[in-house]
Design a protein around this ligand. Structure first.
Ligand SMILES: *Cc1c(COP(=O)(O)O)cnc(C)c1O
Length: 399
């Protein structure tokens, strides 16, 4: 295992997060002084004796089961999230599907927030359903009221806070209390806050999933997922996940590790710029509402302030009613905001969305067209100018 110590590899007294992020898991003089550890590529791992092969008596046994590169990233994420153990997955959705498959059996019931990342819903509707696992969606604002939805066979309560399109904040401690009272495990998709701004295990979560594709990789150049577990969850899940086969490419892990080194400075900037842009959008006459839990006026602000350590650069705004062609004119002409899925990279993005199409437990009735926005690391004045011109096009197209 890579050490949690300084450059000489020896553990140091407890340090603060910023220092840890830079030094954790590096041991340059074990690698001729090079600052970063090498990438171990490999499937086959050789054994020196028949006995050691038969007993798998060595640290590394097969590429799929882990390399020094994958373990370094797992240790770093576990440390940042505050969990017992992390296992990596090839992307965020794979982390979610492996988590669910490791936790449920035929005849089980799972509770999933209505604000969940849409592909998670498809996993429930297709794979879990096929296995005979029933899903009930619940109002993301349900809080302690989730107790009423618990059944004797409820094994998982799935949360995502805030929802990554509609940004409702969930009362995770209240939900966790009720879930645990009913014998269920709490899984959280913690991608929005990243392991830096939400510490799930301090709020009752048993399994925290990251789309590491987003802020951990941070440069839109690789896909990764992570599953971080309490000791109890790991004991139950790790063998199951191992059976499923979860080997992650080491080049991707290296990019994840490189992303982590700068995650704190990047996120501070995403947070500050995102909030400034949210306030700017809120003051625009074309905008009906901004959905950002960091805004004092947001319905989720109290929970955000109570439980979160910061905000990322992802939020949404609802336009006043406008025809589709006007929204298209606004978005298509943007020079700095690209239109595309994913987020968490250095660049700004926009994406129109309509959550009313798939909600089942709650109604999503926006005042007008909805736009999700990711504020990247560009200068905010340039971003404002780009959106300003976009609003001009919107108004011109509306006539
Ligand atoms: C992107 C995303 C995922 C899926 O991650 P991929 O790496 O794209 O598979 C899961 N949850 C949330 C909240 C996401 O934004």
């Amino acid at each position: 295992m890579t050490t949690s110590g300084g450059n000489d590899g020896k553990p140091k007294s407890k340090r603060r997060t910023s220092t840890d992020i830079v030094h954790h898991g590096r041991d340059p003089f074990a690698h001729h002084g090079f600052v970063n550890p090498p990438v171990y590529r490999g499937s086959t791992v050789l054994f020196k004796s028949l006995e050691s092969f038969e007993k798998r008596q060595q640290r590394y046994t097969y590429g799929r089961k882990g390399t020094p590169t994958t373990e370094a990233l797992e240790a770093a994420i576990a440390h940042l999230e505050g969990g017992h153990r992390t296992m990596l997955a090839t992307n965020g959705l794979a982390a979610i599907s492996h988590t669910m498959l490791a936790l449920v059996k035929t005849g089980d019931h799972v509770l999933v927030t209505d604000s969940v990342y849409q592909p998670t819903r498809k996993l429930c509707e297709n794979i879990l359903k096929k296995l005979g696992v029933e899903t009930t969606y619940y109002d993301p604002l349900i809080g302690a009221g989730i107790a009423k939805l618990m059944r004797p066979n409820t094994t998982v309560v799935f949360t995502e806070s805030p929802g990554s399109q509609t940004f409702e904040m969930q009362d995770i401690p209240a939900i966790a209390k009720a879930a645990h009272a009913g014998g269920a495990m709490v899984v959280m998709d913690n991608t929005w806050a990243s392991p830096l701004y939400y510490k799930p295990f301090e709020h009752g979560v048993d399994v925290s999933v990251q789309a590491a594709t987003k802020y951990i990789v941070g440069h839109a150049d690789a896909m990764l997922g992570s599953i971080t577990m309490t000791q109890e969850a790991a004991a139950r899940m790790a063998p199951q996940i191992d059976f499923l086969g979860i080997g992650v490419g080491t080049e991707e892990c290296y990019l994840g590790m490189r992303g982590i080194r700068t995650i704190e400075v990047r996120l501070e900037r995403h947070w500050r710029s995102g909030l400034e842009m949210a306030r700017w959008l809120q003051a625009r006459p074309e905008v009906a509402r901004v959905l950002h839990p960091g805004l004092e006026t947001d319905p989720g602000h109290a929970i955000w302030k109570r439980d979160f350590l910061g905000a990322s650069g992802l939020f949404a705004f609802i336009l006043k009613p406008a025809p589709k062609a006007a929204v298209a004119a606004m978005l298509e002409g943007l020079e700095l905001f690209g239109m595309g899925a994913s987020w968490g990279g250095f660049e700004s993005l926009v994406l129109p969305f309509d959550a009313s199409a798939y909600r089942t437990a709650t109604k999503w009735q926006p005042e007008g067209p909805c736009v999700r926005i990711h504020i990247g690391l560009e200068d905010v004045e340039d971003l404002k100018a780009d959106l300003d011109a976009g609003f001009d096009r919107l108004r011109a197209a509306k006539g």
